[in-house]
Structure formats: structure tokens, C-alpha cells
Design a protein around this ligand. Structure first.
Ligand code: G4P
Length: 534
């Protein structure tokens, strides 16, 4: 019997916890399903959502949430492959894009950036990429839909570099990108992996001389494709970046894989290479120094809180990312923020649509804890150390703003309670206009749908109807500087000064131009867009 320390070491080294970042329709659901094909999915949290569910109207989406009891957006998915234990964190996309989407990335050790080969780098991918970049986690790129005509692969690499500021290293190279896809050339194995037209299979042809110049490929591909491939590989070898694992680990270089999730082409080689390169759960910064994942004491942090959508049950689920030690059902841990010892009696992991009780879990795993209202996002749980506190989770910049009031002023109390609860969950950000009372509550949200969620939940969970007046602001910037009176700043007339919950001053801007105005005319302050919990 291995001892506890040994067990934890083994479990840590087989864990890979990552998120897929992409723009809607790039094929994330399809890729996730294909990855699951290779492993036996052992735990599905929130499940791979039905593709159709994503495309439902808002009201249907609410119904789906209600029926499931937990949010369709709360997926964490665990499966094993070749003895690896893999956790995929879902980053909700589509219209349910919200702060949760960003926050999930804080719990990931690496990211897979999925790009539609014909569309290149799209808006939502850019936003999510920046969060990964900020965290310095490795980013692996999968260029999808190569079975169809795509952009030129060199052009795609250039776009990734210009738009995202990251260099790339193609692990394989596509042959035929104008709707005449033949397969890919695997650079490290010097072999061609043949696309068979989407029959969900894959055959490979290896070079006997270990090079793309092997005549066997010429016979196979025909002159046009073969010559083009040789030229392109030569160009890549000469002018491209070198494979550098250190740079990949620090997020400076992204390995690129070309493939087609729908036809299952290139998914398995990608998975294998990814598992080989992606990092296991690592050290995590805390108030008492870096925490070793292999320590025998359990630590973790809450990165997301989800209310039960059933209005008769006010309980919430707090998602804990385990950072070190071993979790066992019923164990006691110290909740640093409330300074209390608590028992983790009913930890859940979500099986498709029902919850299952987790018996044990290890660093890299995510568990759902029953939350009677004691947890906040960013809280630390720790076994036996009351001083340890993990760094806070960033607040992500809201991009939609509205003034929100209760229609019936008699219901102000419930209104405030509801707003507070939703704000604690991180579904919305609340600001107060300076020098004006609670009536001037400004709500910020990362995704526009959050306002509809807000309206719905206040009505059904708190019995409050609200009035929403949308405001034209698009950017919030926190003011950093000593003893600054924001009223004395030189700002455009459309800029609004507000305060966040912790009384930090924040400026709301309608456009980039007014941000530049504020920056250029107020040299003693700096403005930050992603504010950590100061
Ligand atoms: P998402 O979760 O990122 O939003 O994307 P999803 O997997 O739902 O895929 C979006 C669409 O792209 C789907 O088509 C899907 O079949 C298609 N797709 C995914 N991967 C590939 C690929 O490798 N090649 C091609 N040609 N298409 C791909 P749909 O018509 O919107 O949905 P469905 O009717 O197929 O379900």
C-alpha cells in the first residue's frame, strides 16, 4: 500500500486540468465530445451540453437551467486516457458568456485554443486568450475544420502572432487547404497522416528516411501537393521558430495542431501530444509562500459560486479547485475567510444531470461544495493552516452597464439582498455613483445576457420586479494612485465616476478614445482594466 504522500504524488503526476477557449461555433462541443470518445468519461459535471441547447432563446435557456437544477454553464468534465486523469473545464460561450467564463480559466493549468481554420482568430478567443496570457499558462492551439477550405496556414500563424502576440510552432502541417484536404505532415515523426474523407479513421504513412523528402510521399500525394509540402516544410524549418518546451510552458510559444474535430481527424495525435507536454498541477502562490501540490495537506480555492435555480432551495454550490493534498469526504478544513473549521460532508461532482457524491479528489480536481451562504469567490480552504490564503481571483472587466432600480420601492430590502447575493456569486458587478445613494446603483456585466438573468432571478427568487436602464458605457477602469480625488480628474463629459463594493474608484467610459483622454491628461494615476481583489 503506497503511503499518503506517494499516492498524492502519483495522482498529481497523472492530472491534467485545462480549459478550451474559442469563439462560438469553432467546434468546442464537437472537440470535447471527440476527446471523450478516447477516454471513458467518468464524471461529467453539467455534462457536455446539448449542442442545440446553446442555440435556444433566452427563455428556453432559463427553463433548461431550472430543469437541471444547476446551471448548464457549470461544466467540469473528468475522464481518463492512458492512465492520465483529465479535467476539462468548460468555458461557457455563446450568449451566456459571463464573468464565469473568465474565472474558470483561473482554475486551469493550461488552455487549448480552438480556432476555426476558415475564420482565424475571433473576438471571444482574443478576450479569453488575454486572461490565459496574464496567468502565463501554456496555450495549445488546435486549428479546426481543416476538412473544409481554410485560410493559408502561414497566414493563420501570422494572425496568431499579430493579433495575440504569441509565436507559434506547428506540430503538424496541413496538405491541401483549399477544400482538397489530404491530411497532415507530422513534423516530429516525419510521417503523413492521411485524411480519408471523413470516415472517422486515420491511416499513416511513414518516411523510411525520416524526412519530408522521402519519395514515398511524392507517389502518395501527387506532384502539386508534394512540391508545395516540401517547400513549406523547408520554409518552416528555416524561418520558423524552433520547438522550445520552456517557451511553451511559459506561454510564449504555442504549439499548433491542424485537424478536424467533426471527422475525428487529428484529435487523438493532438490528445497524446497535449498530454505529453501539458503541465501537471503546479505550485500555487499564497500568503505564506508557494504551496506544493504534493503536500499532504489539503488546500484549495473557490473560483465560482452557482445558485440553485430552484427558488424553493436557496442553497448554492461553491466550486473548489484543489491545489494540494487529498480530499476525502467528510473531512474538516479551515475556511480562512470566516476563520471557521468546516466539515465537507456533501461534496458533489455532477454527473450529467444528477449530482454524485465524491469520495476522494486530488490536486487539479474540481469539486462542488454545498454552500449555505458562507463562501465567496476567491476564498481559501486549508487543512490545518489558518494563515494560508491564496491570491485573490481577478475581477474581470464588465462591458455592459445599466442603472437598475426596484419597480416597487417597498421591496427595496429584497432588492438589495438579491443584488448582494448575485454580486457575491460574481454574476454581476455592482457600482455606486459617487455622492448618490443606493438608488443610483449601476450594474456591470461581462455578458449582455446577465441582465436578463438578473431580471429573471430577482423576480422569481426574491419577488422583485426591476427597471433596467441600459447605459452607453463599454469599459470600466480602476484608478490606481495615491490620495486621488476622482472628482478633480480631467475627464471627458461622458465619463462617469463610480465606486466598487470595496470603495475603490472606478471610471466608466463609452469608448477607447475617452480612456486615452483620461490617461493623457492625468499623469499621476494609472488605469487598470483587470483589477485583482486589491
Ligand atoms: P461550439 O461548441 O464551439 O459552438 O461549436 P460546435 O461543436 O457546436 O460546432 C459548430 C458547428 O461546426 C457544428 O455544425 C459542427 O458540426 C461544426 N464542426 C465542428 N467541427 C467541425 C469540423 O472539424 N469540420 C467541419 N466541417 N465542421 C465542424 P452545425 O451545423 O452548427 O451543427 P450540427 O448540425 O452539426 O450539430
Amino acid at each position: 500500500m503506497p503511503d499518503l504522500k506517494e499516492t498524492i504524488c502519483n495522482e498529481v503526476s497523472r492530472r491534467k486540468t485545462f480549459a478550451i477557449i474559442s469563439h462560438p461555433d469553432a467546434g468546442k462541443t464537437t472537440l470535447t465530445e471527440k476527446l471523450l470518445l478516447y477516454g471513458g468519461a467518468i464524471r461529467l459535471a453539467g455534462s457536455v451540453k446539448s449542442r442545440k441547447a446553446n442555440k435556444h432563446a433566452v427563455s428556453d435557456w432559463m427553463e433548461i437551467e431550472k430543469q437541471r437544477g444547476i446551471s448548464v454553464t457549470s461544466s467540469v468534465l473528468q475522464f481518463t486516457y492512458n492512465d492520465y486523469c483529465i479535467n476539462i473545464l468548460d468555458t461557457p460561450g455563446h450568449q451566456d458568456f459571463s464573468e464565469d467564463t473568465y474565472r474558470t480559466l483561473v482554475a486551469a493549468d493550461s488552455a487549448v485554443m480552438l480556432i476555426d481554420g476558415a475564420k482565424g482568430v475571433e473576438a471571444q478567443t482574443i478576450k479569453l486568450f488575454h486572461v490565459c496570457k496574464m496567468r502565463g499558462i501554456p496555450i495549445f492551439t488546435f486549428v479546426n475544420k481543416m476538412d473544409r477550405a481554410s485560410k493559408d496556414p502561414f497566414e493563420l500563424m501570422e494572425e496568431i502572432e499579430n493579433v495575440l502576440g504569441i509565436r507559434s510552432y506547428p506540430m503538424n502541417w496541413p496538405i491541401g487547404t483549399e477544400g482538397d484536404f489530404k491530411g497532415v505532415y507530422n513534423r516530429s515523426k516525419a510521417q503523413i497522416e492521411l485524411f480519408d474523407g471523413g470516415n472517422h479513421g486515420q491511416s499513416t504513412v511513414s518516411s523510411t528516411i525520416g524526412s519530408v523528402n522521402d519519395k514515398v510521399f511524392a507517389d502518395l500525394l501527387g506532384e502539386h501537393h508534394y512540391n508545395k509540402l516540401c517547400e513549406e516544410i523547408e520554409l518552416l524549418n528555416l524561418a520558423g521558430d524552433e520547438f522550445d518546451k520552456k517557451k511553451i510552458m511559459s506561454g510564449e510559444l504555442t504549439p499548433i495542431f491542424f485537424g478536424s474535430a467533426m471527422t475525428n481527424f487529428g484529435v487523438q495525435p493532438f490528445l497524446e501530444e497535449f498530454l505529453n507536454l501539458a503541465p501537471k498541477p503546479g505550485f500555487k502562490k499564497s500568503s505564506i509562500g508557494d504551496v506544493d501540490p504534493e503536500s499532504d495537506k489539503l488546500t484549495g480555492f473557490i473560483f465560482k459560486i452557482q445558485a440553485n435555480m430552484n427558488p424553493t432551495h436557496r442553497d448554492r454550490i461553491a466550486f473548489l479547485r484543489i491545489c494540494s493534498g487529498k480530499f476525502t469526504k467528510g473531512m474538516g478544513v479551515y475556511h480562512v475567510q470566516s476563520k471557521k473549521e468546516i466539515r465537507l460532508a456533501q461534496p458533489t461532482q455532477f454527473m450529467a444531470q444528477e449530482r454524485t457524491i465524491v469520495e476522494e479528489a486530488y490536486p487539479g480536481d474540481i469539486i462542488g461544495l454545498f454552500d449555505p451562504g458562507i463562501f465567496n469567490i476567491g476564498d481559501t480552504l486549508s487543512e490545518g493552516n489558518s494563515q494560508l490564503k491564496f491570491d485573490g481571483i481577478p475581477i474581470f472587466p464588465a462591458e455592459h452597464f445599466a442603472r437598475v432600480t426596484a419597480s416597487d420601492s417597498m421591496k427595496r430590502k429584497q432588492f438589495q439582498k438579491g443584488i448582494m447575493q448575485l454580486s457575491e456569486e460574481g454574476a454581476i458587478q455592482t457600482f455606486k455613483q459617487i455622492d448618490i445613494g443606493i438608488e443610483a446603483l449601476i450594474i456591470g456585466a461581462v455578458g449582455a445576457l446577465q441582465f436578463e438573468v438578473l431580471e429573471y432571478r430577482l423576480k422569481y427568487e426574491y419577488g422583485v420586479d426591476i427597471k433596467i436602464q441600459h447605459l452607453p458605457f463599454k469599459h470600466a477602469r480602476w484608478i490606481i494612485g495615491e490620495n486621488i480625488d476622482p472628482r478633480k480628474l480631467n475627464l471627458t463629459s461622458s465619463t462617469m465616476i463610480v465606486e466598487d463594493n470595496e470603495k475603490h474608484h472606478v471610471l466608466l467610459f463609452e469608448n477607447e478614445w475617452s480612456i486615452r483622454w483620461a490617461e493623457e491628461r492625468n499623469k499621476d494615476i494609472s488605469l487598470v482594466d483587470i483589477a485583482t481583489n486589491f
